[in-house]
Design a protein around this ligand. Structure first.
Ligand code: AHN
Ligand code: ZN
Length: 339
């Protein structure tokens, strides 16, 4: 049999082809980053696992279902029914669910019957990530022009974070992540004292997470880090890197914003830091439970405020945008599946 020998020329050609094709492969694997921001930091992460495809339609539906109960204000029938819905939903997607019940006191002395709802995946795994949102809605519309004493629908404020987390739960059932994950739906985040009152009281917000941080659903519960989703459903939302997250968990902010950049979502997640945007559930999870946690929260750095619909009756399904839900959900999923 004739032995095949490559001539010097052919060898050079072959090497050239090999180098060219491997460069081409690298170019194909590395997706280009869409960016509208000047201060984009190049992504560091390279994924080992392809995360599932988060459905913005599905998350939208989960928000509509919550809103259909009416405002989820503690001590109301809508609140009671929504709690059953959330527990059933998480259970149906394969989570082990604990409903933590408590009575806490609101700023005005009202005793609130609250429920923190925690759904867990891969309980045997000590390597855990905590995903959070609040599921209650504000009992009044103190930023509204009229009907200020009426509770808000809270499609974005409350509903959106929960909607994204329910869709994430659905995805976990389709493809089990390798880390342990706990989905904590906190109650009574939004019962805080309206600003501008004559005798302001401290710590009137985040009553459910304050209770949970002092008394976790399982003794000695901890997680590697936490991600809170708050107001993650409005069109063209911008999630800045807010101060409490940057103070307690800058490495998690870095990780999540780089995942967002990698996925082409820098418009939603610019590398832009903002000052304190207000107290939120992650403050107590950081301060009391000592779990380094970040808040993905819409904030408008140009106006220095939340969106105009915030704590008004415009916070309804009309302002919810599936593209924003998709961006946030895909970023969180990719973060989890890359652990
Ligand atoms: C305050 O305004 C004190 N906190 C902002 C956090 C918040 C309110 N999230 C939803 N509603
Ligand atoms: Zn609120």
């Amino acid at each position: 049999m004739a032995k095949k020998v490559l001539s010097g020329n052919m060898k050079t050609n072959l090497i050239t082809v090999l180098i060219a094709s491997s460069l081409l492969m690298i170019a194909c694997v590395e997706e280009p980053i869409k960016s509208t921001s000047n201060n984009t930091v190049p992504p560091k992460e390279v994924y080992n696992i392809t995360p599932p495809n988060f459905s913005g339609d599905s998350a939208y539906q989960f928000i509509a279902e919550q809103v259909a109960f009416g405002p989820r204000v503690p001590n109301t029938e809508a609140h009671k029914q929504a709690a059953i819905y959330l527990e059933e939903k998480l259970t149906s997607y394969g989570a082990r669910v604990i409903v933590q019940e408590a009575i806490v006191e609101a700023y005005n002395g009202t005793k609130l019957n609250i429920k923190n709802i925690i759904g867990s995946y891969n309980l045997e795994n000590t390597n855990r990530v905590l995903l959070m949102a609040h599921w209650d809605s504000r009992p009044f519309a103190d930023q509204a022009a009229s009907d200020r004493d009426k509770a808000i629908s809270g499609a974005n404020d409350g509903g959106s974070g929960v909607g994204v987390l329910l869709e994430i739960a659905r995805q976990f059932q389709l493809k089990n992540p390798s880390v342990g994950v706990d989905i904590a739906l906190f109650d009574a985040e939004d019962y805080g004292q309206p600003s501008g009152t004559s005798n302001p009281k401290p710590k009137t917000w985040c009553l459910g997470s304050q209770y949970w941080a002092k008394t976790p659903h399982r003794p000695n519960y901890t997680a590697k880090y936490g991600i809170l989703l708050d107001m993650v459903g409005a069109a063209n939302a911008v999630f800045t890197q807010e101060a409490i997250s940057m103070y307690y968990a800058p490495q998690i902010v870095d990780k999540v914003w780089n995942v967002a950049a990698k996925l082409g979502y820098t418009n939603y997640f610019p590398f832009m830091q903002t000052a304190h945007v207000g107290e939120d559930d992650h403050l107590y999870v950081n301060r009391i439970a000592k779990i380094p946690s970040i808040d993905i929260i819409q904030y408008d750095a140009t106006t220095g405020a939340f969106a105009p619909h915030w704590h008004t009756h415009d916070d309804n399904m009309n302002i919810i945008d599936k593209n924003t839900l998709k961006a946030v959900g895909q970023v969180v999923l990719a973060t989890i599946y890359n652990e």
